[in-house]
Unconditional design. Structure first.
Length: 236
């Protein structure tokens, strides 16, 4: 068989790691079109030159990269493939954090039981802060406080939805006329003030005042995020 000969779908599938149903599906969605389709039988054949793209598709789909993101990088330079993998890795890490928080909630149900709901006073579950760049701010907060960043709603998620710990900090890009001096001030309850303070500084925050004990209130500290928002940290 010379290099110009076409490969039938079975041979092509075996050479790339893709299944025949997958190849048919990728043809239908326009991800990997065969080089030739028999007009009578509909039988698909592929060029040898399509092997690398097919193997890349197989690898990306094997680790769960969505089809639309695979389509965007097939045939592109290696750097774009790496960027897509980096973005997918961040998404998987966020999913792991969210699942971990759900496990904590399940453990609490197991330990404390599912008591009858008690009427509670209204409490806030969301604040909005202004930042220069949403993605960069998300990197700071996820590193400093180990929270989930929900990219779909540009929000940092504390706790699991429908639990008492649930809270959102929504990141909004500030207008051109705003400066870092227009930042928001808010407080966070943390299990370990000193550790949270140190992580925030390591992630790029600026110390306003170090962890301090007061006679009339729990241990506290204060940091400023890279966008000028002030965060008061208190022991939970």
């Amino acid at each position: 068989m010379n290099g110009d000969a076409l490969l039938n779908i079975g041979v092509f599938a075996a050479a790339t790691g893709l299944t025949i149903p997958a190849l048919r599906h990728y043809d239908e969605v326009g991800l990997l079109k065969p080089a030739q389709v028999d007009p009578g039988s509909g039988y698909r054949r592929y060029h040898h030159g399509q092997l690398d793209d097919a193997r890349l598709i197989c690898g990306l789909r094997a680790v769960g990269v969505p089809i639309d993101e695979v389509r965007a990088v097939v045939g592109r330079p290696a750097g774009q493939v790496r960027s897509a993998l980096d973005a997918h890795r961040e998404r998987l890490v966020a999913q792991i954090r969210e699942v971990s928080q759900r496990i904590v909630a399940v453990d609490e149900f197991i330990e404390k039981g599912t008591a009858m709901p008690v009427l509670q006073t209204i409490r806030p579950v969301q604040i909005r802060i202004k930042v220069a760049d949403v993605q960069e701010a998300a990197v700071f907060y996820t590193a400093a406080f180990d929270v989930v960043f929900n990219e779909a709603i540009s929000s940092l998620q504390f706790g699991t939805y429908r639990t008492d710990r649930f809270f959102l900090i929504t990141l909004e890009e500030r207008d051109g006329g705003m400066s870092r001096h227009d930042g928001t001030r808010f407080g966070l309850l943390v299990d370990d003030v000193d550790a949270a303070h140190d992580r925030a500084i390591e992630a790029g925050g600026v110390e306003v005042h170090p962890p301090t004990d007061f006679a009339w209130k729990p241990r506290t500290s204060c940091v400023r995020d890279p966008d000028g928002n002030v965060i008061d940290l208190s022991h939970a």
